[in-house]
Design a binder for this molecule. Structure first.
Ligand SMILES: Nc1ncnc2c1ncn2[C@@H]1O[C@H](COP(=O)(O)OP(=O)(O)O)[C@@H](O)[C@H]1O
Ligand SMILES: [Mg+2]
Length: 438
């Protein structure tokens, strides 16, 4: 019942289909061995038909690369590693340390998450593993090691707690507290298509409960779990809580790099938790950033993550992604998502964005300004930290003037030379609706 399969709520699993240009451009350009590995890994994500179509497309551009990829895939097939998720599940060990593995509950990128029972305590746990078909890839193992390292050094009420780590039959695993709850993406899915001005705080609470009811809940639901008189106020407070959790990570030198609705859990008892530090990077380490960046969902990735120099990434990349998450929660539209991935890729750096207040007229000007400042293509014009961002969100909710003045020329002068990337331009209407799989 808990299996969500290929179309799980995780953005990474969704953007796959025959018509997508799902293979990241960056995977073809970098160092050949690593790009071959990444390319093969992303092809494994596809079902047979789209996989064949994608290989054919690669063959048109680069027959040599296509033949190397094909022989890799054939080798993996021989090893039984290119199987679909349900069959793969059967091959996994039943026990990891003191944990007994139960249903698979999610997973999109290179990892998957299972509900598990800790036989020592009889409590529930979330068991995260590198997907078995990705164990083959050193890059996947390295990412998972970083996730373990990042998550274990953080301790904050807004960050999911690690219970134990280990390796079973060659499969590294990470056990976290079982949070239950619903992801913000699941919440969004329930209200998508509704006019945002018709939504209330109760709708948010109801959406959390409906999704949470699909899996075990470790905590008792609270009537007063969600502060906020309106949808706008409530989602803004949720985002401010995530901003505080991120500030803790940043203070400890960890940049999340994959903040998006499917990586934020909200429980019916009112907890807000950040998960999935799979792309997290201790500051100063920049290897794999560029090749790994595509694994985060593109609409939430800062322009400098998509195009820029990996070593230049800092906490403001997370400010951007959280700004994109806020934009989506306020307007019910994914910023910049209006067409195929390739179009999104081009649009992110240009900052061509629909004004939140056009999509949701009840939004205050200060809240709109804070949201757009976080989404500024130039990191120097964004709030300097998630702490600043949270403070502005709080000011905006209290009807006060926020500090962010992203697009004023004085703000730009005081923070350095003018950026090459233009400020976000506001458009009156989006040209295309959100498309599944785009
Ligand atoms: N601690 C947890 N408690 C309950 N559910 C969780 C927990 N961690 C993750 N999940 C669920 O599993 C999904 C995938 O987890 P995540 O860490 O984001 O993996 P991936 O790297 O595959 O995206 C989440 O979107 C969420 O639904
Ligand atoms: Mg995730």
């Amino acid at each position: 019942m808990l299996e969500r399969g290929k179309t799980s709520s995780d953005g990474g699993a969704r953007a796959r289909g025959p018509g997508d240009s799902s293979i990241p451009a960056g995977a073809l350009g970098a160092d050949l061995a690593e790009s071959l590995e990444l390319l093969t890994a992303s092809l494994l994500e596809l079902q047979d038909e789209p996989r064949a179509a994608e290989v054919a497309r690669i063959a048109e551009r680069d027959p040599r690369l296509a033949s190397r990829v094909k022989s890799r895939l054939a080798a993996l097939d021989d090893l039984g590693m290119a199987l679909d998720a349900p069959r793969r599940g059967l091959l996994l060990p039943a026990r990891f340390g003191s944990l007994r593995r139960l249903e698979r509950v999610g997973g999109g990128g290179m990892g998957e998450v299972h509900l598990a029972r800790d036989e020592r305590t009889n409590g529930l746990a979330a068991l995260k593993l590198v997907r078995p078909d990705h164990l083959w890839f050193e890059a996947a193992r390295a990412r998972f090691r970083r996730e373990i390292e990042a998550t274990t050094r953080l301790s904050h009420p807004g960050i999911v707690r690690v219970l134990d780590v280990g390796e079973e039959s060659g499969i590294p695993w990470l056990a976290m507290e079982w949070v239950g709850g619903a992801t913000l993406e699941e919440v969004l899915e329930q209200v998508r298509g509704m006019p945002p001005e018709t939504l209330s705080a109760r709708d948010f609470a109801a959406a959390v409960r409906t999704s949470a009811a699909l899996r075990p809940q470790p905590e008792v639901e609270r009537e007063d779990a969600f502060e906020g008189a309106s949808w706008i106020e409530l989602v803004t407070r949720v985002v401010a809580r995530v901003a505080e959790a991120l500030a803790h990570a940043h203070e400890h030198g960890v940049i999340h790099r994959d903040v998006k609705p499917s990586n934020i859990l909200v429980t019916p008892a009112g907890r807000v938790l950040l998960v999935d530090f799979g792309l997290a990077l201790p500051r100063g380490v920049d290897r794999m950033t560029r090749t790994g960046a595509w694994l985060g969902s593109l609409p939430y990735a800062a322009p400098e993550q998509v195009e820029g120099s990996p070593s230049a990434l800092d906490a403001r990349a997370d400010v951007y992604s959280l700004g994109a998450t806020l934009y989506e929660l306020l307007t019910l539209k994914t910023p910049f998502l209006g067409g195929p991935e390739s179009v999104g890729r081009r649009r992110i750096p240009t900052g061509d964005l629909e004004a939140p207040r056009k999509l949701h007229p009840a939004l205050g000007a200060e809240l709109e300004r804070t949201c757009l400042a976080a989404l500024d293509p130039d990191p120097r014009r964004r709030p300097a930290s998630t702490t600043h961002f949270a403070a502005d969100l709080d000011l905006a909710l209290r009807g006060k003037r926020v500090r962010a003045r992203a697009r004023s020329s004085s703000a730009r002068r005081s923070r350095g030379p003018p950026a090459r990337t233009p400020a976000p331009r506001l458009r009156a209407r989006a040209p295309a609706r959100r498309r599944r799989g785009a």
